[in-house]
Design a protein around this ligand. Structure first.
Ligand code: 5GP
Length: 208
């Protein structure tokens, strides 16, 4: 069997559910690689180019689409968000596990192209908690918060397409649960690969 292959996993979740913190901890503790997205949204206070996002103008983003530099892209509220292709494919090739923190439309597009991707959705313990977190974050005005919560409500209809739903009630438990899922996915994929390669080899030498 060839060397370890990387897995691609998508972490989605309602706006304000704490995805950023969770992904940051997973990277810090377990060395997952993280895909940095391109977006036309303006940077929030403290956000850095090439760390949080690659911040693009509408024109630059559309050029990336034309040049087919994105694995997927989606419009979320009033902006474009997309995943640069080259970095993700390179990491997988190198045998590293890559996390994509992206919204649902993009996640489902990736699932069509890469059926082996693991889709994880993070939910809050309850909806009022979500609103409280968005208010506390202080990065969106009231109107924007309402739009984001309305969007979350719409997203509920697609939740069944995710492989795993994890509740972010206790942050620590949530991080460990996701890491556990990713390890299990990894083992399952390795196991499948082993069986598939073995049976293919047998067929190669089998006289029908
Ligand atoms: P925010 O503006 O809060 O940073 O992100 C808004 C939403 O866009 C979040 O749900 C986030 O996961 C999603 N998002 C971030 N990057 C990408 C991307 O590359 N593609 C897609 N489809 N969604 C993204």
């Amino acid at each position: 069997m060839k060397d370890r292959k990387g897995i691609m996993a998508i972490l989605s979740g309602f706006s304000g559910v704490g995805k950023g913190t969770i992904v940051g901890e997973l990277v810090e503790r377990y060395g997952y690689m993280i895909s940095i997205s391109a977006t036309t949204r303006a940077p929030r206070d403290g956000e850095k180019e090439g760390v949080n996002y690659f911040f693009k103008t509408m024109e630059e983003f559309e050029q990336m689409i034309e040049r087919e530099e994105l694995i997927e892209y989606a419009r979320y509220v009033d902006n474009y968000y997309g995943t640069p292709k080259e970095y993700v494919l390179e990491q997988l090739e190198e045998g590293r596990d890559v996390l994509l923190e992206i919204e649902m439309q993009g996640a489902l597009k990736i699932k069509e192209r890469f059926p082996e991707v693991a889709l994880i959705f993070i939910v809050p313990p309850n909806v009022s908690d979500l609103k409280k977190r968005l208010i506390k974050r202080g990065t969106e005005n009231e109107e924007m918060i309402r739009t984001r919560i309305a969007r979350s409500k719409e997203e509920c209809q697609y939740l069944t397409q995710y492989d795993y739903i994890v509740v972010n009630d206790d942050l620590e438990e949530c991080i460990e649960e996701i890491h556990g899922i990713l390890e299990a996915v990894h083992d399952t994929r390795e196991n499948q690969r082993g069986h598939i390669e073995k049976i293919k080899e047998e067929f190669e030498t089998f006289h029908i």
